[in-house]
Design a protein around this ligand. Structure first.
Ligand code: AMP
Length: 122
């Protein structure tokens, strides 16, 4: 799948639409999810143009890979989620219902998240 430079996170990265930013560095931008699923719900995205987890892990440089993961850890620490805990998740493709075609990691926290996931009824 080719990268669509008009996707909403690309527009946020270019500053064309606003976001509730919590962190930014050379490799990553983190902002609050517009429709939070948990008391704390933050998205961390790479600055590079990657469609999904598959694209990012196949094509990003080692520095970009490390930079994104370091940013996830930093944001979780800054949000005071290390204790009592948090969950990170990235949706790829149709079965995971990925909505925005720019790779992003969700950070969920601020409540008991239960164990793992509940698949939707088909
Ligand atoms: P996914 O299903 O993994 O692609 O998740 C996309 C996420 O992006 C959803 O949780 C949306 O609520 C969130 N989202 C969509 N548009 C925005 C926006 N403009 N600012 C912040 N979060 C957004």
């Amino acid at each position: 799948m080719a990268y669509d430079s008009e996707n909403i996170f690309a527009k946020i990265l270019r500053g064309e639409i606003p976001c509730d930013k919590v962190y930014e560095d050379e490799y990553a931008l983190a902002f609050r999810d517009i429709n939070p699923q948990t008391p704390t719900h933050i998205l961390v995205i790479p600055k590079g143009a990657y469609v999904s987890s598959d694209d990012f892990t196949a094509h990003a440089s080692d520095a970009e890979l490390a930079g994104l993961l370091r940013a996830v850890g930093h944001v979780a620490r800054e949000a005071d989620l290390v204790e009592p805990g948090y969950r990170i998740l990235a949706n790829h493709g149709a079965d995971a219902h990925q909505e925005v075609p720019h790779f992003h990691v969700h950070i969920f926290g601020g409540t008991d998240l239960g164990r793992m996931i509940k698949p939707a009824d088909k």
